[in-house]
Design a protein around this ligand. Structure first.
Ligand code: SF4
Length: 267
């Protein structure tokens, strides 16, 4: 098995560290009168005990999420019964279901509208990696390509028990945060996530240079980053875009004629 990246190991070790408030020892004779804790414990306890979800039900997984909120599983136990499709006052976005290319910009826009602290839970195989529709023409291969995800819940669909386990993991994550280091009290920490653009295909504006480079390479045979050397790059640019074949030109003219005839536009 390939070794795990070092920052992953470090994150895992941090998750295993005992809490500071569990290490403070109160003498036996004071146990009945003294209560010691940390500011972090109170701060995190209050946040995780009233984490309001922003439900983003997109497909079948949403039914399991709805079942989790209903009487049998009762999310009110965790102070999470206020489920609204609104970024106002919400702390946790639950992306449950298949994320289509048409829907991804809306998800990112709403994520940008959420106030800090904000968390994201990806529910199900589809939201996490495309699921059974991975590589489908209209499906995004995981919402984490666009927004940061804190907890992944696997399954197709994950049952309510799995979602609740994911929520408990989210609580653990919140418990590990410290008021001295949380990003939302730092200047410029809450970055705006570029909203993906939906055209013939969806693309992430952060990758525009890469897309430009790849497209140029495909049309001119050279790379803007001159992967094959500056000489090959200049040669490719000089050649310009490929010209269309006569057959392709004829087909385009045919299509134009048909369109004009349909719309009644004179030639
Ligand atoms: S993971 Fe399975 S159950 Fe969930 S939305 Fe995708 S296909 Fe449906």
């Amino acid at each position: 098995m390939a070794s795990l990246p070092p920052n992953f190991q470090q994150l895992k070790q941090e998750q295993l560290k005992p809490f500071l408030h569990d290490q403070i020892i109160v003498p036996d004779e004071l146990q009945a009168n003294v209560l010691i804790t940390t500011v972090d414990k109170i701060y995190n306890w209050s946040r995780r005990s009233s984490m309001w979800p922003l439900l983003f039900g997109l497909a079948c997984c949403a039914i399991e999420m709805i079942a989790t909120a209903a009487s049998r599983y009762d999310l009110a136990r965790f102070g999470m019964e206020v489920m609204r499709p609104s970024p106002r006052q919400s702390d946790l976005m639950i992306v449950s279901g298949t994320v289509t290319k048409k829907m991804a910009p809306a998800i990112v826009r709403i994520y940008n509208q959420m106030a800090e602290p904000r968390y994201v839970l990806s529910m199900g195989a589809c939201a996490t990696g495309g699921g059974p529709f991975k590589e489908g023409y209209n499906v995004v291969s995981g919402i984490d390509k666009y927004i940061p995800v804190d907890v992944y819940v696997p399954g197709c669909p994950p049952m309510p028990e799995a979602l609740i386990y994911g929520l408990l993991k989210m609580h653990e994550k919140v418990d590990r945060q410290s008021v001295t280091s949380v990003p939302w009290y730092r200047k410029d920490s809450s970055a705006f996530v570029p909203v993906p653009r939906l055209g013939p295909d969806i693309f992430d504006p952060r990758q525009v240079e890469l897309i430009k480079d790849t497209t140029l390479k495909a049309t001119t045979g050279a790379s803007a980053t001159a992967a094959n050397g500056p000489a090959a790059d200049a040669e490719g640019r000089a050649r310009g875009p490929k010209t269309l074949s006569d057959k392709a030109k004829a087909r385009m003219e045919e299509a134009k004629k048909r369109w004009r005839a349909k719309k009644g536009v004179p030639a």
